[in-house]
Write a protein that binds this ligand. Structure first.
Ligand SMILES: [Zn+2]
Length: 419
């Protein structure tokens, strides 16, 4: 008889760096040394093993059983069991990928090429693997939550962040990728088929729940958006009382579109004056909101004088509509003022999605795939001539990664066996 209450087994696999393969095979013959090596490794990471909730983890670990993985060329994999709560941890040596035949050095090349924007098909050619195998590998990495991964690196939950949606396509259908970025790190990359406030709330809610699990009190003070109604609404629903600002760079970009049927030099002059207005407003130390309100009124009058009543009215109405979001940015000096870093993250993800067109289909593992891409975005170091050469996004933001090797970091940080 089937047991209806049968629990799904939790993933308690951990990847351990044994430095080289020979060490691993040597340790297989010595249980005590094997155990010590693993405990020392976990200690060096500063992580804790995921015991049962009721177990303090103070008990002993014993070697539980081992099994030989045929697909991996007969490598012996050991398991450790906690003598108190009886949970079992599977110990994967660094040269093995979970559930995968693919060697890490092959995965490294293929993932790096993917991250660089090469098509899945061509990435697969580099490693002599199937494109589907690469797709599945990225999805497997994406089963680990971004918030869990980033807090494991010691990054504090963001207090101010950027939120916006990337418009993309799944076959012929429009889809949206709600995204949360703080500095150089992606905290959330979701997937919705609708642009409604409800759909976005659900997606951003995944981030919100994961963050609340790490730290029950809400710490978010400010969110910067591009002013899209559904985004603003979803943020207000999830984070009542949060300051929601609108990107100031978008204000500059949008102004010329509000000025119709005027000579180009007039439009250019107005844009320059608008730019100066923002610069001065941000330079001010006190009464920034009050001063901005005054300046916007004067500027609208100025538009009426130089570009006619119709343009003046249009600009005035636009200010009326947007000013609350701009005030929110100026009211708090710590609020981010532009969404440039989020646009950069979207551009990077866009290249990969464009390159994997052939894999889009309804009912695919879009969410897992996107999260996998976001892990790569956060953990692959910048190239040697970049501003932050050799560092990954997590490090630029002040986080710590377990080792100097990004793929090993990816393997360790997406393990399910840590708390
Ligand atoms: Zn235990």
């Amino acid at each position: 008889m089937r047991n209806p209450a049968r629990q799904t087994r939790e993933n308690r696999t951990i990847t351990v760096d044994f430095q080289n393969e020979a060490t691993y095979f040597q340790l297989l013959g010595d249980g005590k040394a094997f155990l010590e090596c693993i405990l020392a490794f976990v200690l060096s990471l500063g992580f804790q093993l995921k015991h049962k909730a009721t177990c303090g983890g103070g008990g002993c670990l014993t070697r539980h059983s081992h099994y030989v993985r045929i697909r991996l060329g007969g490598i012996t994999i050991w398991r450790l069991q906690c003598t108190t709560c009886r949970v079992v941890f599977t110990i994967l040596p660094h040269f093995v990928l979970r559930y995968r035949q693919m060697r890490p050095d092959v995965a490294r090349k293929a993932l790096l090429a993917t991250h660089g924007g090469l098509s899945l098909e061509l990435c697969a050619v580099i490693g002599d693997i199937s494109p589907m195998a690469l797709y599945r590998l990225i999805c497997a990495l994406g089963h680990q939550n971004l918030v869990v991964m980033l807090t494991r690196c010691g990054l504090p939950l963001p207090v101010y962040f950027l939120a916006d949606e990337k418009h993309s396509k799944c076959l012929a259908d429009k889809v949206y990728l709600p995204t949360i970025v703080c500095g150089r790190v992606i905290w959330h990359l979701g997937y919705t088929e609708e642009a409604s406030a409800a759909a976005f709330t659900e997606s951003y809610g995944v981030f919100h729940r994961a963050a609340s699990q790490q730290e029950p009190s809400d710490r978010v003070k400010g969110v910067l958006t591009d002013g899209f109604d559904s985004t603003t609404k979803s943020m207000r629903t999830l984070l009542p009382g949060v300051r929601v600002g609108t990107c100031l760079r978008h204000a500059l970009i949008k102004l010329p579109k509000k000025l119709v049927a005027i000579a180009s030099p007039v439009r250019k002059a107005l844009r320059t004056q608008f730019h100066t207005l923002w610069y001065r407003a941000r330079q001010r130390k006190g009464l920034r909101v009050f001063a901005l309100g005054q300046r916007l009124r004067h500027f609208a009058d100025h538009v009426t004088h130089t570009a006619g009543t119709a343009n003046g009215e249009r600009v005035r109405r636009w200010f009326q509509e947007k000013k609350a979001g701009w005030y929110a940015v100026l009211a708090d000096p710590q609020m981010p003022a532009t969404s440039t870093l989020l646009d950069q993250a979207h551009n990077a993800i866009d290249r990969k999605l464009f390159m994997m067109k052939g894999f889009h289909h309804r009912g695919g593992s879009q969410q897992a795939f996107l999260t996998g891409l976001a892990h790569l975005y956060n953990l692959v170091p910048y190239q040697r001539r970049a501003q932050h050469a050799g560092q990954c996004g997590v490090e630029v933001e002040g986080g710590k990664v377990p080792t100097h090797d990004w793929l090993l970091n990816l393997q360790i940080l997406t393990s399910g066996g840590f708390r």
